[in-house]
Design a protein around this ligand. Structure first.
Ligand code: HEM
Length: 391
């Protein structure tokens, strides 16, 4: 029996151990790394059907939930004051609705000039300091961190603190370290929420906490979710996107020669890289018949998103990286009621950060071979811990 998840050996390909998942049935009972058994879903059609099914729950306190996330995240996600991403409707939707206007395409169009300025200023600083550079610290991390901290109204002078805490929460296997990181980030955001600078936290405090629609604890935990989800994911996509484009020079040339390919290239990168291999987790709350199997109430469900996004029934020649592919129906942002709230923001950031970097640093190249890169462990958002580059 295959175990799930498994570590990648190449930054832009699913773990070789998943090959078995690609042959045979679209779902199967599998042993998870924590010893639990769960259904692993590898078929595109079945993944979309289950993610949209109200008989599956995102609530980590339900019996049988597949708990493969790092320990500090598990603690936050099972606490009485857990964020809306791990709640079911109607509680989930109550908070989501309060945030949605901040993440619409229209709102992000307004933010675009500011994001563009951030991208250029970050490249200016990198060029002034290098070469060489670690692209993660010089580029991939600062851009989404700056953007989300501006949106929320979190002071930039504190960025080293919140980036370090988020990284510890996401990556550390030591429950003490990661527990302390959660505690200090919550304490920091609680203090900030007392008298927040202008931004989304201040607006939520006035409009929602002020009217009794949201508790102060809810505001703090929601801010922590947005701050974390808003920078670790997009940062990984920028780093892995750069590696993938450098390793596929014909595709990079296509992107460079025609600005019209950028949006499609970003969707293809989202599909091809699928960095959230272990974030799409659910438990059945009723029996569900699907593809000739019965998922019983209380059975855990894990979506092998990187394999789902390479299902040949949904994407022709799925292992080919093709910036001209129309890949918009991928599940890299999930599907159903929990589909990524920040997807429009992530798209704007990626559509600016990737082409602008290659335009302004035309000689950019990796400073070490791809197989020497330090890859993130299997249980977290996929990415690289550092990305040595030169130009
Ligand atoms: C939800 C991926 C960027 C905020 C999700 C989910 C996925 C995902 C797969 C669904 C989780 C589930 O169904 O259980 C990504 C990827 C990103 C990205 C790949 C970058 C490329 C962002 C950004 C934000 C954000 C920039 C901004 C704050 C959220 C929130 C949710 C979410 C709040 C919960 C939505 C809900 O439960 O209704 N994301 N995300 N994400 N994401 Fe993102």
């Amino acid at each position: 029996m295959i175990t799930y998840p498994q570590a990648r050996t190449c930054p832009y390909h699913p773990a070789p151990g998943y090959d078995e998942l690609r042959e045979g049935p679209p779902l199967r009972r599998t042993q998870l790394i924590n010893g639990q058994e769960a259904w692993v879903i590898s078929g595109y059609e079945q993944a979309r059907a289950l993610l949209a099914d109200s008989r599956v729950s995102s609530d980590r306190t339900n019996k049988g939930f597949p708990m493969i996330m790092p320990p500090a995240i598990a603690a936050v996600q099972t606490s009485p004051n857990r964020p809306f991403i791990v709640r079911d409707d109607p509680e989930h939707n109550r908070v989501r609705r309060m945030l949605i206007s901040e993440f619409t395409v229209r709102r992000l169009k307004e933010l675009q000039p500011e994001i563009e300025k951030i991208v250029h200023a970050t490249i200016d600083a990198m060029l002034a300091a290098g070469p060489p550079a670690d692209l993660v610290t010089a580029y991939s991390l600062p851009i989404p961190s700056l953007v989300i901290s501006r949106m929320l109204g979190v002071p930039w002078e504190d960025h080293e603190f919140f980036q370090r805490q988020t990284r510890t929460i996401v990556q550390s296997r030591d429950p003490k370290d990661s527990g302390e990181a959660v505690g200090s980030l919550l304490a920091y955001l609680s203090a900030l929420a007392q008298d927040p600078p202008p931004g989304l936290i201040a607006r939520l405090k006035e409009e929602q906490v002020g009217t009794g629609a949201m508790s102060l604890d809810d505001l703090v935990v929601t801010s922590m979710l947005l701050l974390g989800a808003g920078h670790e994911t997009t940062s990984s996509m920028i780093s892995l996107g750069v590696i993938t484009l450098l390793e596929h020079p014909d595709q990079l040339a296509a992107l460079r020669s025609d600005a019209g390919t950028v949006a499609g290239a970003v969707e293809e990168l989202l599909r091809y890289l699928t960095i959230v291999e272990t974030a799409l987790l659910r438990v059945a709350v009723e029996d569900i018949e699907i593809a000739g199997e019965v998922i019983k109430a209380g059975d855990g469900i894990v979506f092998a998103a990187s394999i789902v996004n390479r299902d040949p029934a949904a994407f022709e020649h799925p292992d080919r990286f093709d910036v001209a592919r129309q890949a918009n129906h991928h599940v890299a942002f999930g599907f159903g009621v929990h589909q990524c709230l920040g997807q429009n923001l992530a798209r704007v950031e990626l559509r600016l950060a990737l082409p602008t970097l290659f335009e302004r640093v035309p000689g950019l190249r990796l400073a070490v071979p791809v197989d020497e890169l330090d890859l993130r462990p299997a249980t977290t958002i996929q990415g690289v811990n550092a990305l040595p580059v030169t130009w």
